[in-house]
Design a protein around this ligand. Structure first.
Ligand code: COA
Length: 166
């Protein structure tokens, strides 16, 4: 039986640091988008697991933009936390920064929002603990995540209606 006592956002925080090696890059010497997505998914899944203390699956990842190129031998810092919990689903925000090793300068490279679903022992969705938002930033992120969830569901339902599935 998993403890469903509310947990603070801080309990889910993850910081992950990666060094960009040749197998992570494309023919231009900059990083593969797919590698960044892989790191985002791993970082986000750890945050969701730290919150839920359950196995989780990625249900979705929102549209994402790569803001700056990241090159071979640069450093990628990913930071994640749970923004919002509904019933079994959790929205995790992941911020990606490029760090230049020779100066330490960091630039915002991408932000991703992923939805993870908490699973029980049989692999079925199961409730995740409520989220305790404490700071003004955490409350703002919760409100923004709630808006994104509403938009995601409206978008999904509109597509289903268009295809005659609803
Ligand atoms: C995600 C998954 C478990 C949802 O199962 P389901 O039978 O649709 O379950 P439900 O309808 O009860 O939905 C469970 C929760 O998932 C959410 N959810 C389902 N599909 C979603 C999607 N595409 N995006 C965001 N949330 C989604 C629901 O809103 C619900 O949230 P809530 O309980 O907080 O209200 C199922 O679709 C699945 O296993 N997908 C494959 C996941 C996977 O393999 N990921 C690895 C990457 S390939």
């Amino acid at each position: 039986m998993t403890d469903l006592a509310p947990r603070p956002v801080s309990a889910s925080r993850v910081e992950m640091t990666q060094f960009v090696l040749p197998p992570d890059t494309n023919q231009h010497g900059s990083i593969f988008g797919g590698r960044v997505l892989q790191w985002i998914d791993i970082c986000g899944a750890i945050a969701a697991q730290r919150h839920s203390h359950r196995k989780v699956v990625t249900a979705s990842m929102d549209e994402m933009h790569f803001l700056v190129p990241i090159s071979l031998a640069e450093i990628v810092v990913l930071r994640a936390c749970v923004n919002y919990v509904h019933r079994t689903s959790m929205e995790v925000g992941v911020r990606v920064e490029r760090e230049v090793p020779t100066t330490g300068a960091r630039t915002h490279a991408a932000t991703a929002y992923l939805t993870f679903v908490s699973l029980d022992e049989t692999g079925r969705p199961t409730p995740a603990p409520p989220l305790l938002t404490e700071s003004d930033d955490e409350i703002r992120r919760w409100r923004e995540a709630e808006l994104r969830r509403t938009a995601r569901l409206a978008h999904r339902d509109a597509l289903r209606r268009l295809r005659g599935e609803a």
